[in-house]
Write a protein that binds this ligand. Structure first.
Ligand code: ZN
Ligand code: ZN
Ligand code: ZN
Length: 169
């Protein structure tokens, strides 16, 4: 387990229906899964981590954590909603007491199994903050504002995490 402050992406990510650019995740198959907002891989590894009111998912490819449910970008009815990715931006390693600005990344799934209880989340960010809700949502925000909670996370905590798009690919 290490702290990272830079995330490199192979390509720009965008919402499947309105094509706004951002970090979105999807909750298909009865919302038993959530896709990773960084690689769109489907994730089924969930955990409860102290300091978070939400379930946290592990992406087995990126080996990072994100909220199993971020805030809502597009309310699609039962299970097809599109959510804004929430990432950890400050955390404590409970074993050592060390506090990190950035997000934890694991070496492998076994590392996550061993260490997930040693993480205390101190801050999270919502990098999609400021991106309007989805104009093509089945239940769009202007008609159904009750489905769109106010997200109280900041967009970024003092540049805690840089997202860099790899232009090579
Ligand atoms: Zn991923
Ligand atoms: Zn949010
Ligand atoms: Zn959209």
């Amino acid at each position: 387990m290490k702290n990272i402050t830079t995330v490199r992406l192979k390509r720009l990510l965008f919402c499947d229906i309105c094509e706004d650019i951002g970090f979105f995740h999807y909750t298909p198959y009865g919302a038993d899964y959530s896709s990773c907002p960084l690689c769109e891989n489907f994730c089924e590894y969930e955990s409860d981590i102290s300091g978070s009111d939400k379930k946290i998912s592990l992406c087995p490819k990126c080996l990072i954590l994100f909220d199993f449910y971020g805030c809502t970008h597009a309310e699609q009815g039962c299970t097809d909603s599109i959510l804004n990715g929430h990432f950890i931006s400050k955390w404590e390693n409970k074993l050592t007491g060390d506090i990190y600005v950035g997000m934890p990344q694991f070496d492998e799934i076994e590392d996550w199994v061993q260490n997930m209880d040693n993480i205390k989340i101190l801050e999270k960010i919502c990098p999609n903050k400021g991106i309007p809700s989805c104009k093509y949502a089945n239940y769009n925000e202007s008609e159904f504002p009750q489905y769109y909670e106010k997200c109280d996370l900041s967009k970024d905590m003092d540049g805690s995490i840089a997202f860099i798009i790899n232009q090579q690919k």
